[in-house]
Design a protein around this ligand. Structure first.
Ligand code: UD2
Ligand code: MN
Length: 581
């Protein structure tokens, strides 16, 4: 067991509001650590699945003397402590305009101090961890495309204010070909105050966030790279717990817990209530999901606030050893603009010998936009680029049986030309990476409980009404709404349906279920079955439970459940497969 030492030399001056760490002013009587009895022996012992659990990265002590706990000086002002801020009535038009442009309310953001404090959302126990001081240095990488000014530079301030300077080597900013005026000279001038600690690079063409991150990593010089979105605020002592995990094992990707910043009020709120841990998983269309950490994983640890392993992560915020990132080939450079890169890196890490850990004591808040404000540029693809990205990941990292689950969930993209993946396949072979089955059985084992393998599709396509150009529509997949009938737009989306061999009718990740006299859009039940039957000869959609058939209400957009009448054109529908390419 390595000796954990700490010295007062590590003291440094933090930003205007936050001193990191102040060893002497802590009142230890105020908060008592919750020392649970360790459930199992820590420090490199072997768990039941024969893997090494938790390493000597930190020790839990009864005081915070000598660890990295900051003392926060509370300021007064709009948004302090993460309180919500509102704009005046007179600013309403401008606020709406900015919301439209950035996906968040820049009028409100502009009112909030660059160094505002946010609430400590960590578990109490987090204050008492003592970390080693011989930690790797970090380069924080911020890639951005047409971001708002105050949110972008507040991210920079926040990183500096909350990071012990001896570990923050630099902040690497990469501008992904923005065209907003405030991101040009004004930004460069603003960044001068940081005297070289913040480095700015610019792409000469739009690369998308994925390639831009790799570019940022190439410019970085720290031992560890940490990616953050360009609209984040870091919480107390967020950096050290991440670095400590990588110091213990350089093949660990360490992921902070992401709290939410409201896009309208910039209120900061913890993402989860205390007492439950979540981790990143996926469903078979590769929509990212978070789910309670299985007990089996929790039991590998001794203390509730310790890191735990996770199958994947949201994408934006994580720390990795820089050279390990490049040993893995960085991101697949065939991935376009946005989406799926989290799965690519995650599967590659797990299948090729690394680990992903979520670190509950490291928390960073992120503004979730209300909509995506930017376009994907002029890419000439016939299916959505996100699907192309998913297909690249699926074709490289999934075994055949699992690939089939994806194409069952997304039947209309099967066969699309996704470009060259030979480099990725060669990497997988050379590094003797494990199978997806291994990953599913050992790491992502709750995925099958939440999202069982989808039975094959019996029919899929648009559900087109006979003799018309009208189609079933799951209207934006809004849960609780009734499905309706609209002009067939042939773009897939919520007009693309699948009927599986077990009678479940679905569109995307939503299901359609007869409810009263209508057909309701619902969250799919875990069991992928239902009561729909498609009658090939009469072209009717029948509910075998009620014996009724679906029909277009002649005078409205409504789909009704009616007594079956095979002669009525209003009850005749065909599944028309959509070829988007
Ligand atoms: C989530 C991730 C994001 C990324 C994405 C999937 C979190 C909190 N966010 O979406 O990091 O993994 O899923 O790919 O996990 N940007 C560019 N060039 C572009 C587009 C975006 O540099 O062409 C920048 C953008 O300014 C921002 C970052 O990339 O700093 C992430 O973009 P986002 O905030 O729009 O993505 P988000 O949070 O919806
Ligand atoms: Mn974001």
């Amino acid at each position: 067991r390595r000796d954990v030492k700490h010295s007062d030399d590590d003291l440094h001056k933090g930003g205007p509001n936050i001193d990191l760490p102040n060893h002497n002013s802590y009142d230890s009587k105020k908060v008592e650590p919750q020392f649970g009895k360790p459930k199992s022996v820590l420090q490199g012992s072997r768990g039941s699945d024969d893997s090494v659990i938790m390493g000597p990265t930190a020790t839990l002590k009864k005081n915070t003397l000598g660890n990295f706990e900051p003392v926060i000086k509370q300021s007064v002002g709009p948004g302090e402590n993460g309180e919500p801020v509102f704009h005046d009535m007179s600013e309403d038009r401008e606020a709406k305009r900015q919301l439209q442009q950035y996906g968040f309310n820049m009028v409100v953001s502009d009112k909030i101090a660059m160094n505002r404090t946010i609430p400590d959302t960590r578990l109490d126990e987090c204050k008492y961890w003592h970390y080693p001081t011989d930690l790797p240095s970090a380069s924080v990488i911020l890639v951005f495309h047409n971001e708002g000014f105050s949110t972008l530079v507040r991210t920079v301030h926040s990183v500096i204010n909350t990071s012990p300077p001896q570990y923050l080597k630099e902040i690497v900013m990469v501008d992904d070909f923005s065209d907003k005026e405030h991101l040009k000279d004004k930004l460069e001038e603003y960044l001068r105050q940081f005297k070289g600690l913040v480095k700015l690079f610019r792409n000469s063409q739009r690369e998308g966030l994925i390639r831009t991150r790799t570019i940022g990593a190439q410019h970085a010089t720290g031992d560890v790279i940490i990616f953050l979105d360009a609209h984040c605020e870091c919480n107390r002592n967020w950096l050290v717990p991440l670095l400590a995990r990588i110091r213990y094992n350089r093949k660990i990707m360490a992921v902070p817990t992401i709290d939410g910043i409201d896009f309208n009020t910039f209120r900061v709120r913890p993402v989860y209530s205390h007492g439950t841990h979540y981790r990143g998983i996926f469903e078979w269309g590769f929509l990212y999901k978070e789910s309670e950490v299985p007990q089996r994983e929790l039991d590998r640890r001794a203390h509730f606030s310790e890191p735990y392993r996770a199958p994947t992560h949201a994408g934006g915020l994580f720390a990795m050893d820089r050279s390990y990132f490049f040993e893995l080939g960085a991101y697949d450079d065939g991935l376009l603009i946005w989406g799926g890169e989290n799965f690519e890196l995650s599967f590659k890490i797990w299948q090729c010998g690394g680990e992903i850990e979520w670190v509950p004591c490291s928390r960073v808040a992120h503004v979730y936009r209300n909509h995506m404000p930017y376009s994907f540029g002029k890419l000439d693809t016939k299916i959505p680029i996100i699907q192309i990205n998913y297909m690249r990941v699926v074709e490289v990292w999934l075994d055949d049986e699992y690939k089939e689950y994806f194409y069952t969930r997304e039947p209309s993209v099967r066969g699309y030309d996704i470009g060259d993946i030979s480099k990725q396949l060669a990497f997988k072979k050379e590094h003797k990476c494990k199978s997806f089955k291994w990953f599913m059985n050992n790491i992502a084992y709750e995925v099958f409980d939440r999202f069982p393998p989808p039975p094959p599709n019996k029919h899929w396509g648009m559900l087109e009404q006979e003799g018309s150009s009208d189609c079933w529509d799951a209207v934006g997949w809004s849960v609780g709404r009734n499905a309706e009938i609209y002009h067939c737009h042939k773009m897939g989306g919520s007009q693309l349906f699948r009927l599986n061999t077990k009678g479940q009718l679905a569109s995307g990740e939503r299901c359609l279920i007869p409810k009263g006299n209508h057909v309701q859009v619902t969250v799919c039940p875990t069991d992928p079955s239902g009561h729909w039957e498609y009658l090939d000869d009469t072209k009717q959609m029948k509910d075998t439970l009620s014996g009724k058939c679906a029909g277009h209400d002649a005078n409205s957009n409504v789909i009704s459940m009616l007594p079956c009448d095979s002669s009525s054109k209003l009850q005749q529908f065909t599944f028309t497969q959509i070829k988007q390419f």
